[in-house]
Design a protein around this ligand. Structure first.
Ligand code: HEM
Length: 489
């Protein structure tokens, strides 16, 4: 072999190696869109309980850290269960849209059963639960909402008429109280609101205090808080049973959720029982009371901190007063787009339900933004987190900033990124049925406050109370108020 042949061979093998390398690199660059793999698992120490310890210490910091390290799909071992997190709209569609047979709530929300009681919601088959959710839908239709709004307005006027000309109050405490009164009137009915309010509130307080983080894992643990919960539920059952019988006997009807549940019928014609009605009312109060009062407090705290948005909201009230005078009803509240965005933005930053859960009954695959596909095995608990997903920087510009205008026409950041970008009310198959009620209630309160008072926030801007089951506002929110009448020019 002469030298030039040797060179040709060397050149040929170098070219072949290079071509092979290029082909390999090309294949490698394509791999993500084809590769199907198991979600990465969070490593935690000590084994078995390490994941649980991190989770209990703070689910949101854990999600933040693992999202940064592992991406939008990852699994955490919690003792003997796997919890797979799906974070962001690209991977969570299946969570929200899959049918109950594939992605169910029943097992993961079982801990509510001793509070809501037997025969309702998570204690019944999906077919019955669906019918009971239909009762909720009917009780929250626009024609009903119209009369609830009238009651909300009366409650707000009455409550704030008791404030003096000026003073200092804990806004959080005040709004919590007003919302309990309003919820009692609209949902539980006139009898409770007018005659039994103190007794029923105390019983609801015991129910509330009986739902602890430990209750999620051991709902029937024989601890004093659970015993008080069980006693309170029995007493509530008796109270509602008496009210229902008396309404039925007298033929008297009212404009409230209780009446709507009394009149509800299953598909086969069967009417609701007294026990079911009590359970559904408790479920409604649990779903709507803390969530709404927390949201109204955050809205106030942000408006009082960020004067620009406060004056936008006040301007809107002036315009509406010019158009409609002092009157407030359902349709006028519906015109309050600026206030709506202020509430929606407070709720984006502080969703009270920080984690939503399902149990998967089927294997399924999700694809992340980079095109990597993950196989999620059946039997996993599936979780998503409004508290984290609502602040994703690829969806929301400067996600930690309070900026209600991000929802204004032209920007609409939640819509631009597609379905399930804003999940404070969940979405899809189990999206919140009380969303319109909640907005109307918070708007009714804040439109009254903006029209009738000037405020100044005198305590530091509040922090989040991560320890509560429904995550809310930590400590007091002290404000100085002065009565005023909004002048229309
Ligand atoms: C700011 C207030 C509220 C917030 C943030 C909120 C949030 C939520 C969320 C996140 C879900 C979905 C849970 C999941 O997917 O696992 C939900 C469901 C639900 N909410 Fe609300 N909620 C609020 C007010 C209300 C009110 C006032 C009511 C009733 C009066 C209500 C009734 C319901 C019901 C019945 C469901 C179950 C829907 C289903 O599973 O099909 N909510 N809510």
């Amino acid at each position: 072999m002469d030298l030039s042949e040797e060179k040709r061979r060397l050149l040929f093998s170098a070219l072949a190696t290079l071509a092979g390398l290029l082909l390999f690199l090309k294949l490698l660059s394509r791999r993500p869109s084809k590769r199907i793999r198991s979600p990465p698992t969070v490593k935690a120490w000590p084994p078995l309980i390490g994941g649980l310890v991190r989770f209990v210490r703070g689910p949101v910091p854990m999600i933040r850290e693992e999202y940064r390290r592992l991406g939008s799909v990852f699994t955490v071992g919690l003792v003997n269960r796997r919890v797979t997190f799906l974070i962001g709209p690209e991977v969570s569609a299946n969570f929200f849209k899959a049918p109950e047979a594939e992605m169910s709530q029943q097992e993961v929300y079982q801990f509510n059963v001793p509070t809501f009681g037997p025969g309702v919601v998570f204690d019944v088959d999906y077919s019955v639960r669906q019918e009971q959710f239909r009762f909720f839908t009917e009780a929250l239709r626009v024609n009903k909402l119209r009369s609830y709004v009238d009651q909300m307005v009366v409650e707000a006027e009455d409550y704030f008429s008791k404030w003096g000309e000026s003073g200092e109050v804990d806004l959080k405490y005040e709004l919590e109280h007003l919302i309990i009164l309003t919820a009692s009137r609209c949902l539980l009915g006139r009898e409770v609101r007018d005659k039994l309010f103190d007794d029923v509130s105390a019983l609801f307080h015991d129910l509330d205090n009986g739902m602890l983080p430990i209750s999620v894992i051991f709902p029937y643990l024989p601890i004093p808080a659970h015993r008080r919960r069980d006693k309170a539920r029995k007493k509530l059952s008796q109270i509602f049973s008496d009210i229902i019988s008396s309404r039925k006997l007298s033929g008297r009807t009212e404009d409230d959720m209780l009446q709507s549940f009394i009149e509800s019928k299953y598909k086969d014609g069967r009417p609701t029982t007294e026990g079911e009605i009590t359970g559904l009312l408790i479920a409604a109060l649990f779903a709507g009371q803390h969530t709404s009062s927390i949201t109204s407090t955050w809205t106030g705290a942000y408006l009082l901190r960020d004067q620009q948005y406060l004056s936008d909201a006040v301007e809107e009230q002036k315009l509406l007063m010019k158009k409609h005078g002092d009157k407030i009803d359902h349709d006028i509240l519906a015109e309050m787009d600026t206030l709506y965005r202020c509430i929606k933005e407070a709720l984006r930053l502080h969703p009270p339900l920080i984690m939503l859960l399902r149990s998967s009954h089927n294997d399924f695959t999700v694809k992340n933004r980079e095109g990597v596909e993950y196989d999620i095995p059946k039997g996993d608990i599936i979780a998503t987190s409004p508290a984290f997903a609502n602040r994703l920087p690829h969806i929301y510009k400067e996600p930690d900033r309070y900026d209600p205008d991000r929802f204004a026409p032209g920007r609409e950041e939640d819509k631009a990124a597609g379905q399930f970008s804003y999940i404070s009310f969940g979405g899809g198959r189990h999206g919140c049925l009380g969303e319109p009620f909640a907005y109307l209630q918070i708007k009714a309160i804040w439109s009254h406050l903006l029209r009738n008072f000037e405020f100044e926030l005198i305590s530091p801007f509040p922090e989040t109370d991560w320890n509560a089951m429904v995550v809310g506002v930590k400590g007091n929110v002290m404000v100085r108020f002065k009565r005023r009448k909004l002048l229309i020019d």
